[in-house]
Design a protein around this ligand. Structure first.
Ligand SMILES: Nc1ncnc2c1ncn2[C@@H]1O[C@H](COP(=O)(O)OP(=O)(O)O)[C@@H](O)[C@H]1O
Ligand SMILES: [Mg+2]
Ligand SMILES: [Zn+2]
Length: 723
């Protein structure tokens, strides 16, 4: 009968204790310096060398040639305290789990006063010290505080916090740690060689993983594998079967199927998992581990060389290939889904079902937003029947760009959606991206600023095709806000843009920006994107975002420079002195891909929080806190150098409903409110003062925030989205 590995390989010197150098080195140094304390506390997870080290320390202390960091191994004490030695009567091990009571403590206290029989010191190793009762500790307190010259204490515990503070503070505390996988791995390889056992590639990582950083557990696992191995040694097959790990083959198969979006293959693997008697949860845990490895591989190509991944070379090649087929974003998304799925499976009564549903989620990119997906699929169908993609894409480079750069509110970068798609889906994919992006834009203009749909959304609403109209639809309940009244104002069921399509007349196809520059960008279109610009600014710097959203508006764009009007000089100066202009410049690059010079002006009329009642409706345009119909947006007064680009103020030219209402309505009667001609003549702010009964003053068009800001002068500092 052979002795367990962990007993045969119990270290006898500090050098043999692996992975705890942070403890063993200073301990040895203290011995070398002859600065030995009278009480030690060794803490740390189980099986990482605490008891072993306590014994080694005792051996070092009592060696005839000691105290020494390297016991001679020949003297009587050293032989007694060797691995298979009989033990020393002067080194007393107490298992506090069974002897932690006050009586045991008292007995220890009395005996401690007798001098050691044969050795230099009488050494008490109190194992599982956290099990000593507080009465027991109190009985020991005096002794631990001022022990006789010949007495040393070594407490070992997994829970140092449970050792009463008065004792702990009298000890030197050495925290042991779990042993890092790489260290365990090397140790195992060495040990297998000593044992003359052949172990197949890929087995040791499994053993390391099963051991979880505890050396004792790891050695037990290896022991069991060796015991069960035949003449060919420990095979991978034996290891996965015995340890219950999922065979890499199964993982390869399902990952490849995910990469190919081959649903049939995915569910066949699931079937094999179940038929093979594997626990679905175990499988999902292993799948998560695999995706973790793939994420690392995608980010760190040399992950194996750096010791981040421990896999046989051929397996590594396969995984590199898998990682490449996904791309980092998609991998990380899949990993998130699997992680969430694993949590859901805990305690689930139908784990197979859970596993299958999880696979379905991973298979469908961004399937977490069913409405987008549904729309996408419809679009694809339409494309395949020859329908041209709506003009949306062509008219909205900014939104498309936004889609590429901005994560959807749900947190999934939109950009990886098309990435995994087969090339023939490209047009649909691109279009979808734009739509999703616009939808995101709509949401950003909405919940992000808690306002009625931003100008972009309105603009899209007026677009042909209906899909865009559905873009800011209340697909998520969370996006519906008081100000937007979507249900009442979207004529077609907003959740389904498709049905609305045929009903939509084409005339609205007209570009909303008649005076667009060749680049397609003019003051108006930039203003329309103001919510997105602010959002991009917010990602870069909150301070700038607050400053801009509360004090500024776009005044004009003259091709190379963008004028931003601030309500007062203070705001402008803060903007400039804080380097916020640079933040805005970069945000504009983010959103438009255009590098404009930023000019900051002062224009009291630029106050974005100007209320519609007493304020100037003409100034309510592009501010972040309003649902700006593009029509009415002359923020800059005559002082603006770009004043010439200022569009007509709305009221006179606008037969339609109030702009805010227009903002809520995709198709206001008469599209003048949507696509007005900019007026070339600058208009003084005063001219825009509305009459008391101006329809613009309608408070129904105001969101809670606007009301708060208007009535109470509230300032938005930060906003959380709760979905
Ligand atoms: N750091 C280590 N280096 C080498 N072997 C270790 C280490 N830690 C634990 N072991 C192995 O695990 C066994 C149990 O270790 P032990 O010191 O009793 O752990 P614990 O920390 O639970 O007191 C030892 O006999 C030894 O074989
Ligand atoms: Mg122990
Ligand atoms: Zn010795």
């Amino acid at each position: 009968m052979s002795l367990a590995l962990y007993r045969r390989y119990r270290p006898e010197t500090f050098e043999e204790v692996v992975g705890q150098e942070h403890v063993t080195v200073p301990l040895q140094q203290a011995l070398r310096n002859d600065r030995v304390h009278h009480a030690y506390l060794f803490s740390g997870p189980r099986g990482c060398g605490k008891t072993t080290s306590a014994r080694i320390l005792a051996r070092c202390l009592n060696c005839e040639r000691g105290p020494t960091p390297t016991p001679c191994g020949e003297c009587r004490s050293c032989r007694d305290l060797a691995r298979n030695g009989p033990g020393s009567i002067d080194v007393i091990e107490i298992d506090a789990a069974s002897h932690g009571g006050v009586d045991d403590a008292r007995e220890l206290r009395e005996r401690a006063h007798f001098a050691p029989a044969q050795s230099r010191y009488k050494i008490y190793i109190v194992d599982e010290a956290h099990m000593v009762t507080s009465a027991g500790f109190n009985a020991l307190l005096k002794l631990v505080e001022e022990p006789p010259e010949h007495v040393k204490f070594i407490f070992a515990t997994t829970e140092p916090d449970k050792v009463i503070g008065t004792i702990r503070s009298r000890t030197h505390h050495y925290p042991f740690r779990l042993v890092p996988p790489g260290v365990v791995r090397d140790y195992l390889a060495e040990l297998c060689e000593k044992e003359g056992v052949t172990v197949e590639d890929g087995v040791l990582p499994l053993v390391v993983r099963a051991g979880g950083g505890s050396m004792r557990d790891t050695l037990s696992v290896l022991d069991q594998l060796i015991a069960g191995s035949g003449p060919e040694g420990v095979t991978y097959q034996l290891a996965t079967a015995l340890l219950g790990y999922t065979d890499d083959q199964l993982l390869d198969d399902i990952v490849n199927a995910f990469a190919a979006r081959d649903g049939a293959a995915v569910f066949q693997v699931v079937d094999r998992v179940i038929e093979g008697g594997h626990d679905p949860r175990r499988f999902v845990a292993d799948l998560l581990e695999r995706f973790r490895d793939l994420v690392i591989l995608a980010a760190v190509p040399d992950a194996a060389g750096k010791g981040l991944i421990d896999k046989p070379a051929d397996q590594l090649d396969r995984m590199r290939d898998q990682a490449a087929r996904f791309g980092l974003a998609e991998l990380s998304r899949a990993a998130d889904l699997i992680n969430a799925g694993l949590a859901e499976m805990r305690g689930a009564t139908a784990p197979r079902l859970q596993l299958e549903l999880l696979c379905a989620r991973v298979l469908l990119p961004a399937a977490d937003d069913g409405s987008v997906l549904a729309r996408l699929e419809r679009l694809e169908r339409r494309l395949s029947t020859g329908g041209a993609p709506p003009a949306v894409a062509a008219q909205h480079p900014p939104a498309a760009q936004l889609a590429r750069q901005q994560a959807e509110p749900g947190g999934h970068p939109v950009s990886h959606q098309p990435a995994g798609w087969p090339p023939e889906d490209e047009p649909a994919g691109r279009l979808a991206t734009r739509l999703t992006g616009q939808r995101a834009a709509g949401q950003l203009a909405g919940p992000a600023t808690a306002e009625p749909p931003g100008p972009a959304a309105v603009d899209q609403a007026a677009r042909p095709g209906g899909e865009a109209a559905a873009a800011p639809s209340p697909a998520r309940p969370g996006t519906a806000r008081p100000g937007s009244r979507p249900a009442a104002h979207w004529p077609a069921p907003a959740g389904d843009g498709e049905t609305a399509v045929p009903a939509r007349p084409t005339p609205v196809d007209e570009p909303a920006v008649p005076a667009a520059q060749p680049s397609g960008l003019d003051t108006l279109s930039v203003r329309r994107m103001w919510p997105q610009i602010l959002e991009a600014v917010k990602h870069r710097r909150r301070f700038t975002w607050i400053l801009l959203s509360q004090n500024a508006q776009i005044a004009g764009l003259d091709g190379t420079s963008l004028q931003v009007a601030f309500v007062n000089a203070g705001a402008r100066d803060r903007f400039m002195s804080s380097g916020s202009d640079e933040i805005l410049r970069r945000a504009l690059i983010d959103v438009f891909g255009a590098d404009w010079k930023i000019e900051a002006l002062v224009d009291p009329a630029a106050d974005p929080s100007r209320s519609p009642g007493p304020g100037d409706p003409g100034d309510r345009g592009p501010g972040p806190f309003r649902g700006g119909a593009p029509a009415r947006t002359p923020p800059a007064g005559p002082r603006s150098p770009a004043g010439a680009a200022r569009p007509a103020p709305a009221p006179a030219a606008q037969p339609g409903p109030a702009p805010d209402l227009a903002a809520d309505d995709p198709e206001p009667p008469g599209s003048a409110g949507v696509a007005p001609a900019p007026r070339a003549v600058p208009v003084a702010p005063e001219e825009d003062v509305p009459s008391e009964d101006d329809p613009d003053a309608d408070e129904l068009g105001l969101s809670a925030h606007e009301l708060l800001m208007r009535e109470l002068g509230a300032t938005i500092i930060e906003e959380y989205e709760n979905d």
